[in-house]
Design a protein around this ligand. Sequence first.
Ligand SMILES: [Mn+2]
Length: 332
Amino acid sequence: MSGGIAERDWAEAVAAIKAVIRPGAQVLLACHVNPDGDALGSMLGFAQGLQQLGVTGLQCSFPGPLNVPEPLHMPAMDLLIPEEKAYEAPDLLVTFDAASISRLGALARRLDTAAMSIVLDHHASNSGFGKLSLVDPDAAATAVVAARLLERLGVAFDPAIAECLYIALVTDTGSFKFDLTTPEVHELAARLVGSGIRVGEISRRIFDTRPFGAVKLFGEVLGRATLDPAAAKGGGMVTAVATLDDLAKHNQPGYVLEALIDSVRCTAEADVACLLKQVAVNEWAVSLRSKGGVDVSAVAVALGGGGHRLAAGFTGRGSAGEVIEAVRAHLA
Ligand SMILES: [Mn+2]
């Protein structure tokens, strides 16, 4: 279970963590801005594993306001502290699911001040910005890497740890449907489920619960979706645009749109799906998906973002039409 990560790197990570199992040690865990299930779940699962080992002075944080969307509420959220309160110079910093320094916002400064830093991630585009980087692009989730390290440390998956890691795994694998859903993923899931967590309840909460206003909102945004069969070298691209006005009209918070890409990307006639979620005037959070014909992370990286071959994103600036045209041009 080395997963492409060198044995000496695992050993160094284990040693770095054992070194902070002592009173007074300051340990800061950080995940990326606007955390998703994997970022938050791998971080909070790992945090509880460290607590089980006897690590005490533990903080968890991410950049920006500490708002966690309700579907992602999970155990150990009481460990979350705002970025301003994070240790200035922790003994150990561990980052989760952050593909680049910019994804850590102001917390990135701790990479310079921390005595030791470990980067846990699975993005191929990760540049390895920590003193030690455990990055496995073949891992379905950062939680897979985090779980390997916890198991090497001898941590037992209790239900609270398991729930966090399971949420990370189930969200990043699209409920065990995506390409990187390996036997190892299912074996890890089996160990997590074996702790006694309730997978039906977790899945309902995360994937199958949505306010009626969001159902109507989805219908409206999907009703305006457009199909461009010539885009992506003839593979086809489907595009949908959700504006702040759409959210306001249906009185919905932005996070309800996270699930919308799944309804867009199922379009049979398009290899590429592109969803624009308005953040501000002329600013869009753009999600890209491919069924395999195109490496959308290359497009996202070219436009200032990042991600995986089949799922990536970037921040688009300009009108919706301009942003879509930029994506089209990079797919041509
Ligand atoms: Mn991830």
